[in-house]
Design a protein around this ligand. Sequence first.
Ligand code: ZN
Length: 475
Amino acid sequence: MARTTDVRAAHVRWAFFFVTTPPFAGYCSPVPQLMFVHHNEHNRVNVSVYREVVMVELRALRALRPVPDQLGSYLRPSRRDHKVLLQMLVEGKRIGTGLIADPCLADRQGDLLDEARRQGVETVLDSRAVDLSTVGGFARSGVRELPWAGSEPHVPVDLTGTAGVLAMQQLAARVETGGHSAVLAPTHYVEDVNDPWLGVDGELTHQLRSALDGRGLQQVLIYYPVVVRAALLHDADFRDEMVAGLAGLPIDALWLRVHPFGTTTSGPLALRRYMEMCRALHSLGVPLVAEHSGTVGVALLAFGAVGGIESGVTIAEGVNLDSYLKAPKPDGKPFAAAPRVYLHVMGAFLDAKKAEAFFTNRGMKTTHGCSRSDCCPRGWRDMQDNPRAHFAAQRAREVAGLSVVPESLRAGYYMENFLRPATDRALRAIRAEPSLAPARKRLESWRGTLGADLSANSAFTVSAPAAGKRLGRIA
Ligand SMILES: [Zn+2]
């Protein structure tokens, strides 16, 4: 059953809650706060924060509130991210709720994944099935050496029958040796409703469950990536077919790899349609996770469209399958993108050089510098010296902060505590760094689209949190 939350009613009533961990550092003090949320005469959400509160009463309130499931915050470390993330874990810093494990980087990422597991952070093995079945993906480093790879990019017939069973046994064996808590089902890029991969992927998912169970890994979760073009998933007929096809699969969450969608491809129509698509999928009753969604993913979480988000470490904020579907250039060489500096106050990135110049402008250190001593003790300098750590800590904090806000209040909370001030601050930021202009436009566009959604929908369905729980078979 899909969960429904009545957003407007929750705001019309005076509601109160308090948070001990502010979601968006810089706007809230780190002390517990009492907040009142209500609609004013213009039907806009007001949020008032009262810091002078009687702590005894707060403690009593805290005891009455059940601890909600955490929203999912997954990072996909690339070739050079493992050392920073490991350091953060060892220092007891939060990096999110899960890590995506790349089987081609198993040697590099082993220590990081061991420590993550030890601390209760999910480790999710990616089979790289999309790489293994596309011309561009197959050429990537290490892919063709995977035990379940073919000698050419896979086509559906390569993974049907006993060949599929063998491949799933090999994948389950890797889950076991890696000690992973979950695995992405080996799903493939689907072109249309008649695509043979749809049936094959369903069968492979059953076989993977059997192979895991056969090894005593009943507790390992299976997440099912839906890899499609956005236009296809917006088609209600296709969606209905897909939902019917997913019925009965032993999956614990649906991951959305929707091309093209992400922070830089979330114009008004794209964002509205993505949210509508998610709400249509809520009927499946499994958590949704927006892959490569980045900053716009936080908005999707706040509005209940998804229960988890995933991105790279300062990169991979959008899904683009073009490089998989096209043959690689013959002279193309792999390169690791340099980390970017995350301006958390407005949810945007700058490359290292621009960030350096940006912070020399008057007022920018104060407004955009990190003020968390547990994240960047030297403020804006640490944001530049260790951009990966700053980003991972901030993103984890943003998601964890939303998790503690009651479901029905998250959308209004996000609008008032992040989007409105971010838009205002972006205005000054582009005077210092004109290349931030698209980021400012994006924020304004989201504000319009999301504000309209909040006004139009007094109640909407909400994804279950992607909290790493075993669901088993969907009905
Ligand atoms: Zn920081």
